[in-house]
Design a binder for this molecule. Structure first.
Ligand SMILES: CC(C)(COP(=O)(O)OP(=O)(O)OC[C@H]1O[C@@H](n2cnc3c(N)ncnc32)[C@H](O)[C@@H]1OP(=O)(O)O)[C@@H](O)C(=O)NCCC(=O)NCCS
Length: 226
């Protein structure tokens, strides 16, 4: 299986935005994604605009000194199939900095604002509540192209990022969709909070959930044994 992990380059960011839109689309992504942008609103124009907005956000983050942006490429086809975006905070931050770093992006045009604010408000609150100002490693995004899920790319990116955290003995935090939770547990993350979203509150059906998960700091010696 010719999959390799490497650093994301600036010219990968369009692919990143395309994989993001595909991985978080109804049927592939968490159930709440289908409520944020219902299938009826997913016109080709909406999709193209969403990719451009995701690209603009990624380009802004790309230059940040805290970002650790990684990809998995299939070397047979030269196609990049999965991405992880970590934020690594080596130093204690001030609360002003934390508030700046956890500022919620405004809802893009055409999305269900109430659902957007519910999920992203919860995520930003979790980042302030659990790690606060402490040094840590945050998994901001993990995603695989739906056409390539289940090939081990997600696990490779988690191994890569947690090894990086262990080099500096940093705690890690993430907010897990239902699809990701088991994988994260395998890498030593434990649930510290679960949030249920009743989708009828946002015009949908059924429910979805998301967990805040934390992995304690450890040294590289211990993580090499996983
Ligand atoms: C979660 C995600 C990143 C996993 O990436 P991946 O490359 O498919 O992961 P892996 O191939 O390493 O598989 C890891 C585990 O995920 C599960 N999994 C992966 N693809 C799956 C699929 N299509 N259906 C069901 N489970 C799947 C498997 O349980 C697998 O565990 P196993 O090794 O015990 O079989 C990917 O499914 C995804 O992008 N999902 C949509 C976006 C999302 O929810 N991201 C996580 C946000 S926290």
């Amino acid at each position: 299986m010719p999959l390799v992990v490497a650093a994301v380059r600036e010219d990968d960011l369009l692919r990143y935005a395309q994989v993001y839109e595909a991985a978080f689309s109804p049927g592939s992504g968490p159930a709440i994604s289908a409520v944020i942008t219902p299938p009826s609103a997913r016109t080709p124009e909406h999709e193209a605009a969403a990719v451009q907005e995701t690209l603009a956000r990624a380009q802004k983050r790309f230059t940040s000194s805290t970002v650790f942006f990684r990809k998995v490429t299939d070397t047979d086809t030269n196609e990049t199939i999965a991405f992880a975006r970590w934020e690594i905070y080596h130093e204690e931050r001030t609360w002003d900095q934390v508030m700046e770093d956890t500022k919620q992006s405004p809802p893009p045009k055409g999305v269900n604002e109430k659902a957007w604010n519910a999920i992203f408000g919860y995520i930003q609150d979790a980042r302030r509540e659990f790690m606060g100002t402490r040094p840590h490693c945050l998994l901001g995004i993990l995603m695989a192209d739906p056409a390539h899920q289940g090939r081990g790319a997600g696990a490779m990116l988690l191994k890569d990022g947690t090894q990086k955290a262990d080099q500096d003995s940093l705690e890690c935090q993430l907010e897990a969709s239902r699809a990701g939770q088991k994988l994260y547990e395998r890498f030593g993350f434990k649930v510290v909070k679960e949030q249920i979203f009743h989708l009828q509150d946002y015009g949908g059906e059924g429910d979805d959930s998301n967990c805040v998960m934390i992995r304690p700091a450890r040294s590289s010696q211990i993580s090499a044994d996983i």
